[in-house]
Design a protein around this ligand. Structure first.
Ligand SMILES: CC(C)(COP(=O)(O)OP(=O)(O)OC[C@H]1O[C@@H](n2cnc3c(N)ncnc32)[C@H](O)[C@@H]1OP(=O)(O)O)[C@@H](O)C(=O)NCCC(=O)NCCS
Length: 175
């Protein structure tokens, strides 16, 4: 069993999710732009958001991987999530670094800042040669974050979990 980390960056506090985060988590994922980018199902509601919080904290406990709440240090507001993801999916390409923020907080470099900190944590705490990021071809904003962190696109393929369209598989070798 593992305990999730807490990470401080210049502007952000990254911490495990709490039960009281459900409304903020749903707010982030209910934004139309986020729903579209992540192909979130129409029936994803506040109850489903709570189940995701449980999933992230469960993954931390079982695998020492998961997403963290991203909180603005200046205001204490929860503005997104970022972290690593290694679900039990037969063709998942590896330990995935990911990021999602509410659109009102895009364009400030928060995803890159949180991603960089999580990347350092992941390489320090997991015996992996590389991290992956699974990104749709149309998601240029996410690709830009990946590029800024040193990821490169290796291949595009259809994953079992996303059968309807191919995803780009981006890789970042251990520094
Ligand atoms: C992907 C996503 C997190 C990217 O957000 P973002 O705000 O574009 O990325 P960053 O936080 O790294 O910010 C980068 C932008 O902030 C600007 N910026 C401003 N201040 C900055 C600073 N101090 N440091 C770095 N960049 C800064 C950069 O110039 C860049 O602007 P640009 O897009 O005009 O070039 C966001 O689009 C999102 O949440 N999308 C929906 C969910 C999603 O698709 N997740 C990924 C699935 S694969």
């Amino acid at each position: 069993m593992f305990a999730p980390p807490t990470i401080e960056t210049e502007r952000l506090h990254l911490r495990p999710f709490r039960d009281t985060d459900v409304d903020a988590y749903f707010w982030v994922h209910d934004a139309p732009e986020v729903r579209a980018s992540l192909r979130i199902a129409d029936d994803f509601d506040r109850d489903a958001a709570w189940s995701q919080l449980c999933m992230w904290n469960g993954q931390w406990t079982l695998r020492n991987s998961g997403q963290l709440a991203v909180v603005l240090r200046e205001t204490g507001e929860l503005i997104g999530r970022c972290g690593v993801h290694r679900p039990e999916r037969r063709d998942w390409p590896g330990l995935e670094l990911g990021w999602t923020f509410h659109p009102t907080h895009w364009g400030n470099g928060y995803a890159t800042e949180a991603g960089r900190a999580n990347m350092a944590w992941a390489f320090a705490n997991h015996a992996v040669d590389e991290l992956v990021s699974v990104i749709l071809a149309e998601n240029t904003a996410s690709q830009a974050v990946a590029r800024r962190l040193g990821f490169t696109l290796r291949e595009e393929r259809v994953l079992a979990f996303f059968p309807s369209e191919p995803h780009g598989i981006w890789y970042k070798p251990r520094p």
